[in-house]
Design a protein around this ligand. Structure first.
Ligand SMILES: Nc1ncnc2c1ncn2[C@@H]1O[C@H](COP(=O)(O)OP(=O)(O)OP(=O)(O)O)[C@@H](O)[C@H]1O
Ligand SMILES: [Mg+2]
Length: 393
């Protein structure tokens, strides 16, 4: 099964490109589902039809779903939120403020991805396409379970047992209610499910496509997304440059406004090619109208992908690899556009704490590496390499 995510700056054409790719997938005979994690009804707009919160058939083999994040939110988060509210209440925070405090920005988006997990596990689909929110924020939030892994495995079960045994006593002593069993269950379930989503999305059959328009600020953002996605272990398989102004033909009247745009875009496209060298770069021209509805989207996909296979499984290594050496191992993490001074690396027991700009990832070391010592690290050619060696006794 192929999982494809589309991300990019606001308004660049993510929903359109994702929808067009879904149409192409279905037309090739694959049972295809496209989901939107966006609260705005963007897929309904792209397909120009009403879309339900369960898979809605819009063409042969093609189903569209508008994820009901609110419902998922209530199912997965309600127990935890209720508990947090009771704590805040005991702490004297007024209920309206408390309600706001317990809603993590982006939480609904992340929970929407739980729906992706359900669909992937159902085995009903050959292609699942996700129209994501702008930039890589949502995918970054998926690193949360990884960051909490240590706590969830070691502290959580102990805390849970202790609290179960001494709940009335602790509650009295600290003055705030202690979580009940159902809160713990909800936390454990949410943690496990989110971790599974992250694993699915960083697996070999999944990849992310960055959509952009050929403008300098948009390219800058696309480059940053590429770095962040790699840092968190997601594989980017290509870039879609959308809304390219067609050059003025020899028979057309001169038009300085369009000529100016063509020139500026040509320059940014050259920079884009250089920035993403080695990745597929698909180009889509500025259509004369909005590509809305199945027929227009099919045409959009034909012009965008031409002879290439839009669903090709990415070849080559993913962003994170571990290679054995004679005396230990080398961990390699692709960090495009990142220089030596931009990365901070600290080892913390079984984890590497990696900081790149304002992003931090707690990378849990595979068991084989955790027992080795870090002997050195360097950044070059857009990758971080960490050298591990057997512990000297
Ligand atoms: N190549 C194109 N030519 C003409 N119109 C386009 C093209 N690509 C997208 N559009 C139109 O531009 C608008 C924005 O596109 P779309 O909704 O796909 O962007 P988006 O990145 O999903 O936006 P958002 O960030 O709001 O989700 C839509 O009206 C769409 O039909
Ligand atoms: Mg959209």
């Amino acid at each position: 099964m192929r999982i494809l995510l589309f991300t990019g700056k606001g308004g660049v054409g993510k929903s359109t490109t994702a929808s067009a790719t879904a149409v192409a997938s279905a037309a090739s005979g694959r049972r295809t589902l496209i989901l939107s994690t966006d609260a705005a009804h963007s897929l309904a707009d792209a397909f120009a039809t009403e879309i339900g919160t369960t898979p809605t058939l819009v063409a042969d083999n093609l189903y569209v779903e508008q994820v009901d994040a609110q419902r998922l939110f209530e199912e997965s988060w309600a127990d935890i939120q209720r508990y947090l509210l009771s704590v805040l209440d005991a702490a004297g925070v007024d209920p309206v403020a408390a309600e706001e405090l317990t809603v993590i920005p982006g939480a609904e988006e992340v929970l929407a991805l739980l729906q992706l997990r359900r669909h992937v596990l159902s085995g009903d689909w050959e292609t699942v396409i996700v129209d994501c929110a702008p930039t890589a924020e949502t995918l970054r939030l998926l690193a949360l379970p990884e960051a909490l892994a240590w706590y969830m495995e070691r502290v959580f079960p102990v805390g849970r047992k202790a609290i179960k045994a001494f709940r009335p006593l602790i509650t009295k002593a600290v003055g705030v209610p202690m979580p009940e069993d159902n809160t713990f269950d909800a936390m454990e379930r949410l943690h496990a499910e989110l971790d599974e989503v992250r694993q699915l999305l960083s697996g070999p059959e999944a990849s992310v496509r960055i959509v952009m328009t050929p403008e300098t600020v948009v390219l800058a953002e696309a480059r940053r997304s590429f770095t962040t996605l790699s840092l968190f272990g997601y594989r980017v398989d290509g870039v879609v440059a959308n809304r390219i102004f067609p050059a003025i033909g020899p028979d057309e009247a001169p038009d300085s406004w369009r000529a100016g745009w063509v020139e500026a875009q040509t320059k940014v496209l050259a920079d884009t090619e250089q920035s993403f060298a080695g990745l597929q770069l698909w180009r889509s021209d500025y259509h004369s109208g909005e590509p809305v509805g199945v027929a227009a989207l099919a045409d959009f996909a034909r012009r965008l992908y031409a002879d290439s296979d839009p669903l090709a499984v990415p070849s080559g290594p993913g962003p994170l690899q571990v290679a054995r050496t004679e005396t230990g191992a080398v961990l390699r993490l692709a960090l495009p556009f990142v220089g030596r001074g931009d990365v901070d690396l600290v080892r913390h027991g079984d984890e590497l704490v990696l900081t790149v700009g304002s992003y931090r990832r707690l990378l849990t070391l595979p068991a084989g590496l955790a027992r080795l010592d870090v002997r050195g690290a360097r950044v070059d050619h857009g990758a971080l390499q960490v050298r591990f060696e057997e512990r000297q006794s």
